[in-house]
Design a protein around this ligand. Structure first.
Ligand code: ADP
Ligand code: MG
Length: 465
């Protein structure tokens, strides 16, 4: 049993719990960019990016946050927020000051959260959130196939489509589908053991288990499951050890006829450094993509969400939002949240001119306009799983060569920078280096489908970033 927990781990556990208990849009709006700074006696100090987040965390979410913290550190009974960013990774270790007995009781009463303190639990929480269902999922031509495939999986888990691999851009309903499918299977087979987990969290838990020499137990707990949903498996890129362990878990479950659900923000073949055996497993079941919804579907989605929230907007406002926020559904939901929160406080009915003002920064068009070199480099770095600083440094490390060439190509193509400027951005290189890289990629994409796909994908990311 781990006797210590860092503020960072504590906050990660709280975030993990929040993430599945509130809507993703709410989560992203209020919890993104937050971190725990320190424990002061019975209080946890949280760093937040702005005054809005502070107000929301301290008021609306206070109880929930404290309840979640107490599962790991029962002595905490209040929180306060400071505006700012954590300068670096918090190193502070909080000694667990509560007696073991007490902790045991906590363990029994706390339902969902095994993540930091209760590492020895034999069953894992399913991490499912009922708010994701098939019923509140709007189907259009952009997601028809994925929806139908998930329904088929839910009807006959482990039979036809195993694994199911859903892929597509940010905010287009992948998590929703994975969760809804797992929920539906569980509703039909209440005794099944299900678990939903993001690949990022899985990798962290695995690392933890390896460090504590608990890898075997870790694996055993996973292979007991009947339904396993791994979200955002692109996170496996560049993580050899995780890939290896994951492969064995995957194999055991698959052989035993257990249903596996996977999502990724890109097709399996575009996940860099994914082992061949994993790629072929991912592609061996059903593959379905989700795309951007068309105008009509966006309107249907807005109307569904309004109904759920018991809120109404004039048709012209619904039209306006659907026409102008078109990149993904999460953003559409984010805009609705903002509007609803604002008007519930004000108690007046929204008018179009106010909505136009209120949503300026959320419009898809405007987001495209602020494309900066930094954004391009960040997107490329994220895709290839390298650090942005490595791309813009003098490093000659082999693994940044391709990302750097791709960055050069995009800097030229997307924002028309001059070659000397580009050279400067990517580590003070000569303009001839930039020209060479640009030409190399330009030529390569005419013959290399995978690279062409990767570029398309990264371009989509600028907007969704
Ligand atoms: P992804 O995992 O692909 O990034 P999510 O599944 O988190 O996207 O979806 C983002 C938000 O949009 C969620 O709140 C989800 O419930 C909602 N959403 C996505 N697709 C639909 C849909 N077809 N109908 C209703 N809501 C949707
Ligand atoms: Mg998701």
């Amino acid at each position: 049993m781990n006797e210590q927990i860092t503020t960072k781990e504590l906050w990660e556990a709280v975030l993990a719990e929040m993430e599945v208990s509130i809507s993703e849009a709410t989560f992203v709006t209020w919890f993104k960019g937050t971190s725990a700074k320190e424990v002061q006696g019975e209080k946890l100090v949280i760093m937040v990016p702005n005054v809005f987040a502070r107000d929301w965390l301290e008021n609306k979410f206070r109880k929930k946050i404290i309840a979640s913290i107490q599962k790991h550190l029962p002595q905490i009974n209040s929180i306060s927020c400071e505006i700012g960013e954590m300068p670096s990774e918090p190193k502070e270790i909080i000694k667990e000051t509560f007696p073991k007995e007490n902790r045991k009781r906590q363990k029994q009463s706390g339902q969902q959260s095994d993540y930091v303190v209760n590492k020895n639990l034999s069953t894992l929480p399913n991490n499912l959130n009922e708010r994701y269902s098939f019923d509140n999922f709007v189907v259009g031509s952009h997601n028809e196939l994925a929806f139908a495939a998930c329904k088929a999986v839910a009807n006959e888990p482990g039979k036809n489509y195993n694994p199911i691999f859903v892929y597509g851009g940010v905010g287009l309903g992948k998590t929703h589908l994975l969760q809804a499918t797992s929920n539906a299977i569980l509703a039909n087979n209440p005794s099944s053991k299900a678990r939903y987990i993001s690949m990022e969290r899985f990798a962290n838990e695995l690392l933890d288990a390896l460090e504590n020499k608990k890898a075997k137990e870790f694996k055993n707990r996973y292979i007991q499951m009947d339904i396993l949903a791994f979200d955002d498996v692109q996170f496996l890129a560049g993580k050899e050890k995780t890939q290896e362990e994951f492969f064995h878990i995957f194999e055991s479950l698959y052989q035993a006829g257990k249903q596996l659900l996977l999502s990724s923000d890109r097709p399996a073949k575009s996940i860099p450094t994914l082992e061949d055996r994993l790629r072929s497993r991912f592609e061996g079941g059903m593959i379905a993509d989700v795309n951007k919804p068309d105008l009509e579907t966006r309107m249907a989605i807005i109307n569904t969400k309004l109904k759920e929230r018991n809120f109404s907007l004039d048709l012209e406002i619904v039209n306006y939002l659907a026409e102008n926020i078109y990149h993904n559904i999460r953003e559409l939901e984010g805009a609705l949240n903002k509007i609803i929160v604002n008007y519930q406080l004000r108690n007046t009915q929204p008018v179009l001119t106010e909505i136009i003002d209120m949503t300026q920064d959320m419009l898809s068009m405007n987001r495209q306009k602020d494309l900066t070199p930094k954004r391009i480099i960040n997107s490329v770095a994220e895709f290839y799983d390298v650090k942005p600083e490595e791309i813009s440094s003098r490093s000659r490390n082999k693994k940044v060569v391709k990302p750097r060439q791709v960055s050069i190509y995009l800097l030229r193509n997307e924002i028309d920078l001059s070659f000397p400027e580009i050279g400067k951005i990517v580590g003070g290189r000569d303009h001839s280096t930039a020209i060479y890289a640009f030409e190399k990629i330009s030529e390569e994409i005419t013959t290399n489908d995978i690279l062409r796909n990767q570029l398309k994908f990264i371009r989509d990311k600028f907007i969704d970033y």
